[in-house]
Design a protein around this ligand. Structure first.
Ligand code: AMP
Length: 175
């Protein structure tokens, strides 16, 4: 089962980047190309009934599987990046993390009005990042059709914060 393969492969790093956080390190997954391919297939198959025009991935670990997922779904990929990284005109949103706060941006012309966007990241923690990403998408007149994560930390209740944007919230492994 994909969930147990992911859980066996992810590395827990205690007290990173701050004391009290158990960081789910997905880099061991990247060393296993067959598992990476299975993950992309599993993410795509969860989304089979969802209308998706664009995949938006969150910097930086949302860039590891997001482009492959977009290619698998045959739709464009849009990067949502930390402040100051994107070269062209941008729009921005600030947000809180499980540890600290930050600003994310996307290009003003990243999406067209009415496009249905799948938001992808490696991991759902408090949901602050993807709520900010959802607001960026709505600023451009597009909508969130679903969320897709490899891992969800359900004990942080991030799903509750996303429901008002889309109740289609998918993950492959939960804790
Ligand atoms: P949040 O906004 O709280 O849902 O945080 C999600 C973002 O922070 C994702 O981009 C994750 O990669 C990262 N993140 C937060 N907590 C963890 C954790 N315990 N392990 C790995 N990544 C995390």
């Amino acid at each position: 089962m994909i969930e147990s393969k992911i859980k066996q492969t992810v590395r827990d790093v205690k007290d990173f980047p701050k004391p009290g956080i158990i960081f789910k390190d997905i880099t061991p997954i990247l060393k296993e190309p067959l598992l990476c391919a299975e993950i992309v297939e599993a993410l795509a198959s969860q989304l089979i009934n969802i209308q998706i025009d664009v995949v938006a991935g969150i910097e930086s670990r949302g860039f590891l599987f997001g482009p492959s997922l977009a290619q698998r779904l045959n739709v464009p990929f849009v990067p949502i990046r930390k402040a100051g990284k994107l070269p062209y005109k941008t729009i921005r949103e600030s947000y809180d993390l499980e540890y600290g706060s930050a600003v994310i941006e996307c290009h003003k012309d990243a999406l067209l009005t009415g496009q249905r966007v799948l938001i992808h990241d490696d991991l759902l923690a408090t949901g602050g990042t993807v709520v900010a990403a959802s607001k960026l998408i709505m600023q451009l007149g597009a909508s969130v059709s679903a969320y897709s994560f490899i891992i969800a930390l359900d004990f942080l209740n991030g799903r509750d914060r996303l429901k008002s944007y889309s109740d289609q919230i998918y993950s492959l492994a939960s804790y």
